[in-house]
Every structure is written in C-alpha cells, then in structure tokens.
Design a protein around this ligand. Structure first.
Ligand SMILES: Nc1nc2c(ncn2[C@@H]2O[C@H](COP(=O)(O)OP(=O)(O)O)[C@@H](O)[C@H]2O)c(=O)[nH]1
Ligand SMILES: [Mg+2]
Length: 223
C-alpha cells in the first residue's frame, strides 16, 4: 500500500494558513513571507526597514530559526515587536508554527508583518503561512545562477531583492545575468538591487513596501 502523505500535509497546512490569513485581513496587515539562504541579509534588511519605517508604518516581525533568539533580539532593539519561533530540526516555517506567534502580537496595532523564514532555498517555497506575498533575497556572494538551480523559490516570489551589491566588484556575480535568470523562471518578478550595509536601493524597497501596503488597504476597503 502506498500513501501520499505530502498532499495531506500540504492540505492541512493550507487550511491553517487560511485561518491565519483571515486574522491578518481582519487587522488590515500586509503580510510578507521573507525567504533566502542563511546569511543573505534577511535580519539586516528588517533592522534597516524598522528604522526607515519609524513614524510612517508600524512593522512587526515573526522570525524562524532552528535555535536561539538572536534575530528577534536584534530586531527588538528597533522598538518593534519581534517574536522568535525556534523550529529545531524543521527547515522552514509552516502555517501552524506561525499561528503560535499570532496571539503574542497586537496585530491591530500593526500595518506590516514580515515573517523571516528559516534560511533555506528549497522548503520554505512549498508552504504558505497566510502571507499576501512571498519575497526573497539573493546576495551577490551566492552566485547569479541560483534562480535556475532553485526555480521554485524564485517562481513563488513577487519580489527579488539582490543584496550586498557593495561587494559585487569582488565577486564574479553578474547583476544582468542574475536578473535574466530570475526573469527566465518568473517573468513577472519585481527586482530591486540593494545593500543593507551602505543603504543603496533601500529607498526603492521602502517604496515597494509602502505601495503594496496602500494597495492592499485600498483593496480591503472595496471588498
Ligand atoms: N557587505 C555586506 N554585508 C551584508 C549586507 N547585508 C547583510 N550583510 C552581512 O551578512 C551577514 C548575514 O546577515 P543576516 O542579516 O544575519 O542574514 P540572514 O541569515 O539572512 O538573516 C551579516 O554579517 C551582515 O552584516 C550587505 O548589504 N553588504
Ligand atoms: Mg536572520
């Protein structure tokens, strides 16, 4: 006898993700599921974003890592709520894990919720957690061919942030090649080049974020 458990696991996940989504909708939150390999700059981006959004939009973060509260501690320093989920051996966040964080956030006092997923270029793409969009970071030290090797991740993402462009001159990473490879896999994908260290491109990222927040709010008002 053969039982396809993966289909059931994903269906069960989708059901909880829908419950999460209803809660986020009720609170008018724009929710982003931020994915990348470990070390590409997810937490740095959130630290920068927290500072840049101060006094404009209210940000909250749910962050997943196998162990430690280091990332939530880093983000909390910016006076925004940050809940750490430790996943142990699990290599991605699923909807059920994210549901555990929701009672600990005052969602009605937040505009944007970012879920920093566990660093991994494969599994996070397969699970929805109740987000409006998946977005991802590829840093220039990882190689410009990655969209072709991990197409699902790029295919599922609305936005690609190419990070660490301050280092590009020290690598063989081609920004043109990376853009072309990403668009081969996902022609609709928005792409913004940034450096969380120098701040280059972060104005475009903040514009993308605020535009999508207001778009969502307008959609909710007309629904
Ligand atoms: N040179 C450079 N280093 C960066 C940049 N963004 C992040 N880093 C560094 O990359 C490392 C990993 O960053 P982190 O935000 O912890 O990555 P995460 O694992 O994706 O959350 C840290 O040492 C950061 O200082 C960048 O734009 N340029
Ligand atoms: Mg991190």
């Amino acid at each position: 006898m053969k039982i396809n458990v993966m289909q059931d696991v994903l269906q069960a996940n989708d059901k909880i993700a829908e419950d999460n989504r209803r809660i986020f909708q009720k609170n008018n939150n724009l929710v982003l599921n931020l994915m990348s390999s470990p070390g590409s700059g997810k937490t740095c981006l959130l630290e920068r974003t927290a500072a840049l959004l101060q006094g404009k939009l209210r940000l909250g973060v749910i962050v997943g890592d196998c162990e430690t509260t280091r990332d939530a501690d880093r983000i909390s320093k910016y006076n925004i709520p940050a809940i750490q989920l430790t996943t142990g051996t699990a290599c991605h966040l699923d909807a059920n894990m994210v549901s555990y964080a929701l009672p600990h956030l005052k969602l009605e006092e937040l505009d944007i919720v970012v879920v920093e997923n566990v660093g991994n270029l494969v599994c996070p793409a397969g699970f929805i957690v109740g987000e409006d969009y998946k977005i991802m970071i590829l840093s220039v030290t990882e190689g410009d061919e990655k969209p072709l090797k991990y197409p699902m991740m790029f295919n599922q993402s609305k936005l690609l942030l190419i990070n660490k462009i301050d280092l590009v001159q020290y690598t063989n990473f081609s920004l043109e090649e990376a853009r072309a490879n990403a668009h081969k896999v996902n022609p609709e994908m928005d792409i913004i080049e940034i450096s969380c260290t120098t701040g280059a491109g972060l104005d475009q990222w903040i514009k993308w974020l605020t535009d999508h927040y207001w778009q969502k709010l307008k959609g909710a008002a007309h629904a």
